[in-house]
Write a protein that binds this ligand. Sequence first.
Ligand SMILES: [Zn+2]
Length: 257
Amino acid sequence: MTKNHYGKCHICGKEGKLTFEHIPPRKAFNWHGAKVYNGFGALSRSQGEAAKYFNSQQGMGKYTLCQSCNNNTGTWYAQAYCDFAMDVIRSLHAIKSLEHGSVVNFKFHDCPKLQIVKQVLAMFCSLLPISIVQRLGFDKLLLERDSNTINKELFDLRMYLTPFQNGQIMCGPTAFKYKNGDSFETLWVADIGVYPFGFILNLTPKEPVDWGISIMDMFDAGYDEKYNFELSLMYLERTNNAFPLPLMFKELPDQQQ
Ligand SMILES: [Zn+2]
């Protein structure tokens, strides 16, 4: 019944049969139907055409990884991410009301930071062309279980909290032009919203994104090392969930400390 998908694996680059990668991992609340947008699809919809999205019965994800990469990332990184997400979901349930711009402080214990952040990158690999995955070195990083070698000059990875009713949103790399003094700069970002988290991958780190907080220091951890640490995450709502674009958040109320 299921049709075979062939192509290049988004992590190792090998050509062959592709398997369905759940984004986020299935255990982290990902078993409902979901819409997957790519940046271009979202753009064309905002220009009045129907977006191309993949309405998945299997939960959110894409056929982007070979069996081996899917199994390895699943075994090496996914469980830590799921535990981390469940921790945050439990804490959020104790909070009566969250408003756009609220900052919530979380304390984590015995947390394998590197495994979690590598799972986040594995999710982004499904959205990125393999050429970009290789340029950023995400392929080498993910194929080697213990590696934490990454060039921090090439990207910034940021994190925030996303509403439950948003569903799951994937925005592939999208270019934004904005005016900076007399010149126009281009920002190139991808965004994944997967309750309870949202992640922003800024591929032009010289043009900083202010939304969320950077989690680049999680790459300093060792694979087997567990940490106690705190994280202050801002809860952000989007201006439009129907055709999501990266960074399309509501304006913040008067900046609090
Ligand atoms: Zn592969």
